[in-house]
Ligand binder design. Structure first.
Ligand code: PEP
Ligand code: MN
Length: 263
C-alpha cells in the first residue's frame, strides 16, 4: 500500500490544515521532553514567532536507563495541547504503547512512533486504526525495507496519513550519536509515496552538525526537518548535548531560509 508502484502521486499529510509533502519543507521544532508549562510555552512562542505551525515535545520518553527522566506522561500531553492552542501549533508527540493511544488522541495532532518502537507491531496496528497522522521514525538498526514494512503495518489498518522520518542508524562510527543515512531520503521517496523527514538532532547528537545536516536534508529532497529546541539546554532533563537554545535556533532557521531561497 505504501509503494510508489501502487500510487504514483505523492501523499500529502494534513496536520491542522498544514499540508506536508507539497514540495516546500516543513519544520518540527520543540524540546526533547516536556518538562514544565513554562518551558513549553517559551519554546512555543519562539516557533510561532517564525510563522511555523508545528511543535514537538516528548511526554513519554523511551530512555536507555530506567533511572533517567521518563517524561510527564498525560500531564505532559496536556501542557502540549494548551500551548499548541495558545499559539496555533499542531502537536507532534511520541506514544509508546497502544494503551496510551486512545487518550492521547485528544491531545496530539500527530502520533510519533519512535525509533525504539518501529517494530512494535501492536502499536503500529493501533496507530493504523486511528485517523490521526503518524510520524514513524526509522529503527536504530532497521533496514530501509524493514522501515517501509513498518509503515505498511500502519497503512494496512486503514490510516494513509504517514510521515517517514530518517533519524540515523547505528554503525561503527563514534563521531556522531548515530549515522545519518541521507541516501535513505531519495530511496524512500522513490519506493514509497509518503513524505520523508530528517531528524537532525537524534541522528547527529551534535549541535555543530544540525545546520549542515539540515541543509543536506533539504538539498536531497526531504519534506521536512525535525530538530530540538530548549530554552536552556544545559539544564534539560534529556538530550542536553544537542538541543538548540533560542539564539542558536534563530541563526539555524535564518540560515536555512536563506539556503532555501538560493538553492
Ligand atoms: C524523539 O524524537 O524524541 C526520540 C526519542 O527520537 P528517536 O525515537 O528517533 O530516538
Ligand atoms: Mn531527544
Amino acid at each position: 500500500l505504501v509503494s510508489r508502484k501502487r500510487k504514483k502521486e505523492d501523499t500529502i499529510v494534513n496536520v491542522n490544515g498544514e499540508p506536508i509533502g507539497i514540495g516546500a519543507p516543513s519544520f518540527v521544532f520543540g524540546p526533547c521532553a516536556v518538562e514544565s508549562y513554562e518551558q513549553v510555552d517559551a519554546v512555543g512562542a519562539e516557533i510561532a514567532k517564525k510563522g511555523l505551525k508545528l511543535m514537538r515535545g516528548g511526554a513519554y520518553k523511551p530512555r536507555t536507563s530506567p533511572y533517567d527522566f521518563q517524561g510527564l506522561g498525560l500531564e505532559g500531553l496536556k501542557i502540549l495541547k494548551e500551548v499548541g492552542q495558545k499559539y496555533g501549533l499542531g502537536i507532534v508527540s511520541e506514544i509508546v504503547t497502544p494503551t496510551h493511544l486512545e487518550e492521547a488522541l485528544d491531545y496530539v495532532d500527530v502520533i510519533q512512533i519512535g525509533a525504539r518502537n518501529m517494530q512494535n507491531f501492536e502499536l503500529l496496528k493501533a496507530a493504523g486504526q486511528t485517523n490521526k497522522p503518524v510520524l514513524l521514525k526509522r529503527g536504530l538498526a532497521a533496514t530501509i525495507d524493514e522501515f517501509i514494512h513498518a509503515a505498511e503495518y500502519i497503512m494496512s489498518k486503514g490510516n494513509e496519513q504517514i510521515i517517514l522520518c530518517e533519524r540515523g542508524i547505528r554503525t561503527y562510527e563514534k563521531a556522531t550519536r548515530n549515522t545519518l543515512d541521507i541516501s535513505a531520503v531519495p530511496i524512500l521517496k522513490q519506493e514509497t509515496h509518503l513524505p520523508v523527514f530528517v531528524d537532525v538532532t537524534h541522528s547527529t547528537g551534535r549541535r555543530d552538525l544540525l545546520l549542515p545536516c539540515a541543509k543536506a536534508a533539504i538539498a536531497i529532497g526531504a519534506d521536512g526537518v525535525m530538530a530540538e529546541v530548549h530554552p536552556d539546554p544545559a539544564v534539560a532533563l534529556s538530550d542536553s548535548q544537542q538541543q538548540m537554545d533560542f539564539e542558536t535556533f534563530d541563526a539555524f532557521y535564518d540560515t536555512l531560509q536563506t539556503f532555501m531561497k538560493t538553492h
